[in-house]
Design a protein around this ligand. Structure first.
Ligand code: AQP
Length: 323
């Protein structure tokens, strides 16, 4: 199955990235799976060159530590495959201004940044280019990317109608639980690398003590009735979803086992520590070998370029570029 997905090197991975996306990536690994560190997307944020370099290698170490295996799939860096930016321009001439203004992530992130960059407006097209270059059938992503996926499908269909059958129209896939992990302190907002406070997000590099503290301090309500209900109990429902995503039960089944919030929080902290501690250990091992990390990226870029080149040339020719 041809699979493509990406993640921004915009900071340490949190539980939302891990449960919403990366665990699915690991499950979907196969020789036709392409996973991309989207460093060009991170340029839409206020990020220094040193920070970007460090975070790129660190993210690769986190992905490997989470269970991605370069013998089973391809991991590569977006900026090392020039066809992503090249196809993006072609697709910007297919996407419309109107549809880009409707992107909720653009509205939310744009409203938080004064003088936001033009790339923040156009990056959903770059994301479409990331996906369409690989003829991906499935794109495992968290729920927050649903709208961008729909845009990608629309762009592909419009392109195919206008210029002839060129792109596969991909399908987004979300996990049954934890497709949108919420901020532990503000459970009506999604957990986010760049927006959540320290206490609002659990990181893959957090120590067991930090994890315990963050789960204990997670905002819930006061009535101590353990019930899965996003309308009236968003904080508690978030904790139940996180738990269920790791234990493979439904959130309702988890809720049935508890009478008090405190007991649920204690057990959830232990379940998370058991999941995250080995990842953190492996992460530091990978991080200690930057030469190997660079080698992995270069090898991945070669494999990815071989596929991307063919698709880019097909699209350019269909549009009338002489090449
Ligand atoms: N809270 C979340 N719950 C479930 N899935 C999530 N993802 C992100 N947040 C959650 C999924 O993680 C993958 C990688 O996302 P990204 O880092 O490329 O960009 P993002 O969606 O913008 O994530 P963040 O954490 O909010 O990063 P910043 O702060 O840099 O913008 C995607 O599949 C995403 O759905």
């Amino acid at each position: 199955m041809r699979v493509l997905s990406g993640i921004q090197p915009s900071g340490t991975m949190h539980l939302g990235n891990y449960l919403g996306a990366i665990k699915q990536w690991v499950r979907a690994q196969n020789p036709e799976a392409y996973y991309c560190i989207v460093d060009l997307h991170a340029l839409t944020l206020d990020i220094s060159p040193t920070q970007l370099q460090e975070q790129t290698l660190s993210l690769l170490a986190e992905l490997l530590a989470s269970g991605l295996d370069v013998e089973e799939c391809t991991i590569f860096l977006q900026s090392q495959v020039s066809y992503h930016a090249q196809l993006s321009w072609l697709l910007e001439c297919v996407a419309t201004y109107g549809e880009l203004t409707r992107m909720t992530q653009f509205k939310e992130k744009g409203s938080r940044q004064e003088g936001f960059r033009a790339g923040l407006f156009t990056y959903p097209v770059l994301m479409a280019s990331d996906i369409l270059l690989y003829d991906a059938q499935e794109v495992p992503v968290g729920d927050d990317q649903r709208q961008h996926l729909e845009l990608t499908r629309n762009i592909a269909e419009r392109f195919n109608n206008r210029y002839g059958e060129t792109f596969k129209v991909p399908r987004g896939v979300q996990p049954p639980s934890a497709a949108r992990v919420m901020d532990l302190q503000e459970p009506t907002n999604k957990m986010s690398k760049s927006v959540s406070s320290d206490l609002g997000k659990v990181l893959l590099t957090d120590s067991p003590k930090d994890i315990e503290k963050k789960i204990k301090k997670a905002v819930t309500d006061n009535d101590n009735d353990v019930h899965y209900d996003w309308e009236t109990k968003p904080g508690l429902s978030n904790l139940l979803e996180i738990y269920s995503s790791i234990s493979s039960e439904t959130p309702q089944q988890v809720a049935q086992r508890y009478e008090r919030y405190g007991d649920l929080k204690n057990d959830l902290a232990q379940v998370l520590i058991a999941e995250i501690e080995p990842i953190t250990k492996r992460y530091f091992e990978y991080l200690n070998d930057p030469a190997e990390l660079s080698r992995i990226l270069h090898q991945g870029a070669q494999k990815a370029s071989a596929v991307a080149k063919g698709t880019y040339e097909r699209a350019a020719k269909a549009m009338g570029l002489l090449g």
